[in-house]
Design a protein around this ligand. Structure first.
Ligand code: SF4
Ligand code: SF4
Length: 270
């Protein structure tokens, strides 16, 4: 029997262990439920082979003792599931099919706060600039900001536009759980169009509002978003192997201008 892929909807949370959710029902020591949400491990199925500890590139799992459990007396515990990059190595290699990993969007308070602050910076900056005009009265920069905003939107919406049709997401999982590399559309220009879209939207907000609050929030946040892209890349290399490495050679991470030039060059060469 494999882990229920719908456990996040079908089961009830029975508490937390070291900040990691426990999904019931529980009746220890025989019935231990599922540990984790992003990388859920069904402890009633896990045979304690240790493969997930070996294959995970992000070191998400640690052992926990489970004395008197009828299947095994140690289990994989996803203590660092926040670092999961959705490479799915653990899920596909677990011999007992005890793991279900899923992209669920930002999970930690910090990640959620970052997203909320980003939307605040973008929306407040654009509304301020539209209503009151640019803070420094540099109208030419404000026009540039509106242009950047228009360019940023298709990048920001890239997963919605391309993943469903071209990414072949895993059945029953959301569209971020792609099974093939998407290298067309905006993904043929940069490797992380959505993150680039977020950064461009924050710069657009700075240019449109020209307010110091937008600058103070937007610049550090864009650095953090860029760092997020390199973290994501680690998982994608593990997930797609050499194919992703050759995609990396073809398409820049986020340098939009280089990406456009390379793409035109590729198209010219057929
Ligand atoms: S999906 Fe990949 S990164 Fe996430 S827990 Fe499994 S092996 Fe680790
Ligand atoms: S690979 Fe599966 S069976 Fe092996 S320790 Fe990890 S969860 Fe348990």
């Amino acid at each position: 029997m494999a882990i229920d892929p719908d456990f996040r909807k079908q089961r009830k949370k029975a508490g937390k262990e070291e900040g990691i959710a426990i999904w019931g029902p529980l009746d220890p020591p025989e019935k231990l439920g599922i540990r984790g949400t992003v990388a859920g491990v069904d402890w009633d199925i896990c045979g304690g082979c240790g493969i997930c500890l070996e294959v995970c590139p992000m070191n998400v799992y640690e052992w926990r003792e489970t004395p008197d459990h009828p299947i095994s007396e140690k289990k994989a515990f996803p203590v660092r599931e926040r670092d999961c990059v959705q490479c799915l190595q653990c899920e596909t290699q677990c011999p007992d099919q005890a793991i279900n990993a899923a992209f669920l969007g930002p999970q930690s308070v910090w990640d959620r706060a970052m997203i909320c602050i980003m939307f605040f910076q973008i929306i407040a900056g654009v509304i301020y600039g539209a209503i009151f005009g640019p803070y420094w009265d540099l109208e030419i920069l404000q026009y540039l900001g509106w242009m950047v905003l228009v360019i940023a939107l298709p990048f920001f919406l890239s997963p919605l536009i391309y993943f469903q049709k071209r990414g072949k997401p895993q059945e029953g999982k959301n569209l971020m759980s792609t099974t093939v590399i998407v290298d067309s559309g905006t993904y043929g220009i940069v490797r992380h169009p959505q993150i680039l879209g977020c950064i461009l939207l924050m710069y657009a907000s700075i240019l449109i509002s020209q307010h110091w609050v937008a600058v103070i929030i937007g610049i550090p946040l864009s650095v953090l978003f860029y760092a997020e892209a390199s973290k994501e890349e680690k998982g994608l290399i593990v997930k797609f192997g050499d194919d992703y490495k050759s995609y990396m050679q073809k398409v820049p991470r986020m340098n939009f201008l280089v990406g456009v030039i390379r793409r035109l060059w590729r198209e010219k060469r057929g």
